[in-house]
Write a protein that binds this ligand. Structure first.
Ligand code: NOJ
Ligand code: CA
Length: 600
């Protein structure tokens, strides 16, 4: 087996070298057309690429209105190319009334006015292609905005041809209720309250898993599916390279919509996900759309377990290429409550990834996005003493675990959580609705609610990018950004980091380049060699004779560590603190030290 793998490694090595020379000779990157099998995996461009998520509202404002926009992103493409990322995931850029910052779409074929025009989108896409990068966009089709013309029609009358585009049900008669009804069942919304909204016009309720202004589309209606496939093709025909699919496992609803049991109510995502026709609809989408293009897809797999993951991503099933599983990123939360966690629990999740996903099922690696707090604040130590080292350690980990890595904007600068003080500092509908439901009703004290929200609020990740030390961090030339810029922008900003060879940004660059040139870090086997250690995360990535050892001290204390088992270091390929230590049986790791060794 090992020999077989070694031989394959030799076959693929030239193709990876070729990938490097593409960048140098300005030849457009090619999908892995060589059809190589590496360590049992079919090689693919989206397995080799590092993805960078742009949240357009907060990336860069080009016209001084305080809102990030598409020309702003275009103006920063050199920054992204220099970082070395090959794919940009753009959070929703479509026309929207912004009840949920663009995740409520009013027109799927129009650019949000604040973000610019279709010409601006085309210029952005052209700029990305020119730099040999690719663009994936957000597909938000579990629900639309209530201002989408389909819903406006749908709610107008029970006889509308669009009525069945959404999920309407009569309420349960209840003379004591102001409307005369109770909701059709006990489904809760992710954004507090019932998932049903009474509509006085036709005296029925519509389903909304998220905000009242985000009615769920009825995927059981073939016309809805055809509309979705059409809008996907509209963007693919423009040249986009795929989709991140918002809450895609929720599209198929349970037959008859029975009440959830008390047990199911404890984990609503799980109850809503994986409905009876989910696989059928994804396969239909794949046949009608993805199969006709060279694209990548990644599903936001709310409610899907690692055990269930291959049922969506196994390449023989023709559904999605990858999903985001939330076990690791949500290890610090129980529902909406922040909680402590241990390193062995965290490592066990990655061991489970490795055991549940085989060579047919590709993985993702991510620990932040626009729905979660800042990477360094939740998984590192954002105090002045350790912020830089711990941000670099996290970069080492994200870019050396097995799967396509996703970097969220600003994490490459070590941006931190925001020092929120009062509920008025927040923008997010989830936080505001929960405040009304929990604090204003006296269920939770204001102090406890805010203390928790400071850790977990989605707005932590949504504060504007910190480009330089000028007013508003150089994000906008206007007087005010839509959400306050973190006051630490004078110390933490892109301009400073680009100029400092030892910065977090430049460490990300080196780590991305290392992954690009090291097949073992992409396609190699993953093996945790210290599952029980409470401070050290140590794992191997092995491809034939190529063996790499990643050693991370995930603590703010120095740790002496000896690796038994006779592994011998040949070279240190990267480290976040200067070191020459090569005797693996006697290592002295400083707080948040990260090293990658190539082994004999
Ligand atoms: C997941 C998105 O990432 C989040 O931002 C949004 O609020 C919900 N889906 C609803 O679209
Ligand atoms: Ca703007």
């Amino acid at each position: 087996m090992n020999l077989y793998r070694a031989a394959l490694a030799l076959i693929v090595a030239p193709s990876l070298l070729l990938a490097v020379s593409y960048a140098q000779t300005a030849t457009p990157p090619q999908p892995s057309a060589h059809n190589a099998i590496v360590n049992g995996y079919q090689s693919q461009w989206w397995k080799e690429a590092v993805v960078y998520q742009v949240y357009p509202r907060s990336f860069k404002d080009s016209n001084g209105d305080g809102i990030g926009d598409l020309p702003g992103i275009t103006s920063k493409l050199d920054y992204l190319q220099k970082l070395g990322v090959k794919v940009i995931w753009l959070s929703p850029h479509f026309d929207s009334p912004n009840a949920d910052n663009g995740y409520d779409i009013r027109d799927y074929r129009k650019v949000m006015t604040e973000f610019g025009t279709m010409a601006d989108f085309d210029a952005l896409l052209a700029g990305i292609k020119q730099r040999h990068m690719r663009l994936i966009i957000d597909l938000v089709v579990n629900h639309s905005s209530d201002e989408h013309k389909w819903f406006v029609e749908s709610r107008s009358s029970k006889d509308s041809p669009y009525r069945d585009y959404y999920i309407w049900r009569p309420g349960k008669p209840n003379t004591a209720s102001p409307t005369g009804f109770d909701p059709p069942n006990n489904y809760p919304s992710f954004f507090s309250g019932s998932a049903w909204q009474y509509d006085p016009g036709t005296k029925e309720y519509y389903l909304h898993y998220f905000a009242v202004k985000q009615p769920d589309l009825n995927w059981d209606n073939p016309k809805v599916r055809a509309e979705v496939f059409d809008l996907m093709k509209f963007w693919l025909d423009k040249g986009v390279d795929g989709f991140r699919m918002d809450v895609i496992p929720l599209i198929s609803k349970r037959a008859g919509l029975p009440d959830l049991t008390p047990e199911e109510l404890k984990n609503v995502s799980k109850a809503y996900a994986n409905g009876p026709h989910m696989h059928e609809y994804l396969q239909e989408m794949n046949r009608n759309v993805m199969a006709k293009y060279d694209v990548m897809t990644v599903g936001e797999a709310l409610g899907i377990s690692l055990q269930q993951t291959p049922s969506i991503v196994d390449d023989r099933r023709h559904e999605l290429n990858m999903i985001f599983n939330f076990d690791a990123i949500r290890i610090n939360r129980e529902g909406r409550q922040w909680k402590s966690w241990t390193l062995p629990e965290f490592k066990a999740i990655y061991a489970e990834h490795a055991s549940k996903l085989d060579v047919q099922s590709w993985d993702t690696v991510f620990l932040s996005n626009h729905d979660n707090p800042r990477l360094v604040s939740s998984f590192g130590d954002d105090s002045p003493a350790f912020r830089v080292a711990s941000a670099k350690l996290l970069a080492t980990m994200l870019l050396s675990l097995r799967g396509t890595p996703f970097i969220y904007q600003g994490d490459e600068l070590g941006m931190t959580n925001y020092p929120f003080k009062a509920i008025g500092d927040f923008d997010d509908i989830e936080a505001k609705n929960a405040y009304k439901a929990d604090v204003l009703t006296g269920k939770v004290s204001e102090q406890a609610y805010l203390a928790n929200l400071r850790h977990m609020s989605r707005d932590n990740a949504r504060t504007p990018m910190q480009w330089d030390g000028s007013a508003n961090g150089g994000f906008t030339t206007g007087p005010k950004a839509w959400l306050a810029v973190n006051p630490n922008y004078k110390e933490i900003n892109a301009k400073e980091e680009l100029a400092d060879p030892d910065s977090i940004y430049n460490y990300y660059r080196r780590m991305i380049a290392l992954r690009d040139h090291t097949p073992a870090l992409i396609y190699g086997d993953y093996k945790d060699i210290e599952p029980q250690n409470t401070r050290i995360f140590a794992y191997l990535r092995i491809l034939g004779q190529e063996k790499y050892l990643v050693i991370l001290n995930l603590s703010s204390d120095p740790v002496s560590y000896s690796l038994l088992g006779g592994l011998k270091a040949r070279t240190i390929v990267i480290s976040n603190l200067p070191t020459a230590e090569k005797d693996l049986s006697n290592l002295k790791l400083r707080a948040w030290e990260a090293r990658v060794y190539k082994l004999e």
